[in-house]
Design a protein around this ligand. Sequence first.
Ligand SMILES: *Cc1c(COP(=O)(O)O)cnc(C)c1O
Length: 393
Amino acid sequence: MIAATPVMATYPRLPVAFVRGEGAWLWDASGRRYLDAVSGIAVCSLGHAHPAIAAALAEQARTLVHTSNLYRITLQEQLAARLTALAGMDGAFFCNSGAEANEAAMKIARLHGHACRIAEPQIIVMDGSFHGRTLATLSATGNRKVQAGFEPLVQGFLRVPYGDTGALAHVASTRRDVAALLLEPLQGEGGVIVPPEGYLSAARELCDRHGWLMICDEVQTGMCRTGRWFACQHWGVLPDVMTLAKSLGNGVPIGACLARGVAAQMFQPGSHGSTFGGNPLACRAALAVIEVMEAENLARRAADLGALLFDGLRERLAHLACVRALRGRGLMVGVELDRPCEGLVSRALTDEAVLINVTSGNVVRLLPPLICTTTQIELLAEALGRVIRDWIG
Ligand SMILES: *Cc1c(COP(=O)(O)O)cnc(C)c1O
């Protein structure tokens, strides 16, 4: 039975509500404890109720929560300095979500296009991509289900298959109106897709040769999730624009659009803005997140735990006929099955008290907190092995 609630029905919610968390554990009101391998969809990378984040937030709440971007904000300037140094960028714009970070990136791309005297600048986007739910970001997204019902879509996107260098080269040889290329270094919602070796650097070269801005959507993959600070670093690629959100505030809403070179010069006073973006509370949270990630070397930890999880899953799942592929980087792991498997989520919840996610219909996606213990990772691999084996019968 569906409980009546005035909350709009945008999500098909599981019948559980959590009241408390600690690290990778969550508790419901009855006291049942769950292992969280979703992290609020790659948001709570430091786990729940992290003491350093809680202390920073409480102190900032007692000091100053919000002023306005009409004034200088010291914590915002500090955060911009930390992030640009980590990412090899020159400037930062702050907002409140991944979609907004991508909106900023796309506005930079259009300004760049017009600066290059392109009348209607186009942005190359990918099949299977996900960039958010605002009208422009859902138009850029490569998933018809996200777009259906919201036509007319925003114009100005050219779609190509993900991972296909030839398709990019074809656009380069046939179009003169491209301003930018937008892609996820690994696709998240699209099913944890790792691009073929050499793809990102080939994309970088084409961007250089044709004056396109390379925009990496690192909203899900950034901030140590894949075993590097940013996933594009696995392939030694430096984009012109990088978007971040999800784990940047460990649950406090904050997004960032970072840019370098000409891309960092596009916004001028009046070109873009956000009332809440980069307020003292959100920036304090993000600064505390970076501090913990650096002090505890969580990029390295994500790589190590990812290898452990991968081995644990391979041992338990690789021999099953229903398992098509096991892939990912660091603690962003996908198990592709040969059939739709959304039902596994409630099975894992009820039978194992483990939170997992299914994306793209048939891919189990695991995004555990980066602060997991090795015991928790082993527990996760065991539980998932059991759930999948039971489910296929
Ligand atoms: C989640 C996600 C977004 C959208 O972020 P919101 O904060 O939900 O707007 C954009 N891009 C990628 C790659 C994502 O995973």
